[in-house]
Design a protein around this ligand. Structure first.
Ligand code: SF4
Length: 430
């Protein structure tokens, strides 16, 4: 749910160059996987078990990331058309159709190399029913084993002992044994612990980056810029030395910007004049990502915090991977992903961001594809306005289907919303 270094950013930071290299190397490893005898696991971003996959010497492929990359590279429309031709309805999540269309078109990944077939479909079920249907379709095609981790939904934002035990038991008795069978070796618990320690180290640095959004001006854009920051930790790199080095470098760059009083990078250079501080809920549109970003940046609007950047792990509420209790910590990680939270917990989190990051208001980007995000967002809008007294804006678009990104309409809405924020500031509605 993030991507490699930002195409179109005016100036690339050192960390972005590093991330670009890391991701290119990962796809090269995938391209060589079969000849080198390495096993490949397809798995989703929320609730991923990257440390276990890595400890068993296997390589992950994350289908949502391939889909969003195809969206950013202008290939998703053709892939979606291909899937619709094969009978998938217009209402299906466009990540799924993009992935299936890519498969029918030769399965060439975002960097131009062919993706290897999966040896295992690892389904960590964190709140989205579509995940199950998606892997059912891939299973029909690949005829490979599936391991499923059923993660209970968190209706009230509380992880109970029973929930944790239920997930730990599945890991112990079903999921890890299934992964070991495919890997052809036993899980090395020392290696897993080392990876979990490195995960926590990178998570500390990522949280420092998120919390920098409290500064004025904010040195980061916690949504448009933030999707780049989550790239390594939400995908193949959590628990690796490369991720530790990436997040250390990113944190240092952000500290340099704070010291220099600089705003974040945008597609047209650093944001020099912070006029609006916003919180955003919902995933971004990927097919017109830079256009969407510019609509905010050119008005001096910076996103100080967002929920989408918590979809693969919620670290700024205190969670860290803990090597001293490996399975429990992995269970808590899976349970705590944003889309596994019920509406009350989501509203509480957004309220916290609006207050703690001193936002002028919040915007919901409601994407047509994703029920997991979009269900209940109007209710969230009303509740947040009531609780915080700050105005909410509502935009509709899609993840990777360009037919649902109406540029003029969305730009109008953004501008009207920012005018409303301005008017509130001057007491026009007081
Ligand atoms: S419906 Fe949403 S959460 Fe589910 S696969 Fe699609 S984008 Fe991901």
């Amino acid at each position: 749910m993030s991507q490699s270094a930002a195409p179109g950013l005016a100036r690339k930071d050192r960390s972005q160059e590093r991330q670009k290299r890391m991701i290119a190397e990962h796809f090269e490893r995938l391209a060589r996987a079969k000849e080198e005898g390495r096993k490949v696991v397809y798995t989703f971003v929320p609730g991923n078990l990257t440390e276990i996959i890595g400890s068993l010497g296997m390589l992950p492929v994350l289908p949502e990331i391939n889909a969003l990359q195809s969206g950013m590279r202008g290939r998703s429309a053709a892939y979606i058309a291909e899937a619709e031709k094969a009978g998938h309805s217009e209402d299906v999540c466009t990540y799924v159709k993009c992935d299936l269309g890519m498969l029918r078109s030769g399965n060439i990944g975002p960097t131009g190399t062919k993706l290897p077939e999966p040896d295992l479909l690892l389904l960590s079920y964190t709140g989205c029913f579509t995940f199950m249907k998606w892997f059912e379709l891939l299973r029909e095609h690949y005829h490979c084993p599936v391991a499923m981790l059923h993660v209970p939904y968190q209706p009230n934002g509380v992880i109970t002992d029973a929930m944790r035990t239920y997930v730990v038991e599945q890991l112990k008795t079903q999921v890890i044994p299934a992964m070991e069978r495919v890997a052809g070796r036993k899980l090395d618990t020392e290696e897993l612990a080392a990876r979990l320690r490195r995960s926590a180290e990178a998570e500390d640095d990522l949280v420092a980056v998120w919390e920098s959004g409290r500064h004025r001006p904010s040195p980061i854009d916690g949504y448009f810029g933030g999707v780049y920051y989550i790239g390594p930790i939400f995908s193949a790199f959590r628990g690796t030395e490369e991720a530790v080095a990436y997040y250390r470098e990113l944190r240092e760059e952000v500290a340099e910007r704070i010291a220099a009083g600089e705003g974040p990078a945008t597609p047209d250079g650093p944001l020099g004049n912070e006029r609006y501080r916003l919180v955003i809920e919902g995933p971004p549109n990927w097919t017109s990502f830079n256009d969407f970003w510019r609509m905010f940046a050119k008005e001096g609007a910076v996103v100080v915090a967002s929920t989408y950047t918590r979809v693969g792990g919620l670290y700024d509420t205190g969670f860290r991977h803990d090597a001293s209790r490996p399975l429990e910590t992995l269970a808590e990680y899976c349970l705590g992903c944003y889309t596994n939270l019920g509406l009350p917990a989501r509203v509480n989190l957004l309220e916290r961001y609006i207050r703690e990051y001193d936002a002028d208001g919040f915007v919901i980007n409601s994407v047509k594809s994703c029920n997991s995000f979009s269900a209940g967002q109007l209710l969230m809008l009303r509740e947040l306005e009531k609780r915080t007294g700050r105005p909410g804006g509502f935009i509709e678009s899609d993840l990777v289907d360009p037919r649902y990104f109406g540029k003029a309409n969305i730009e109008n809405r953004v501008q009207s919303y920012l005018q409303m924020v301005e008017a509130r500031r001057h007491g026009a509605y007081a």
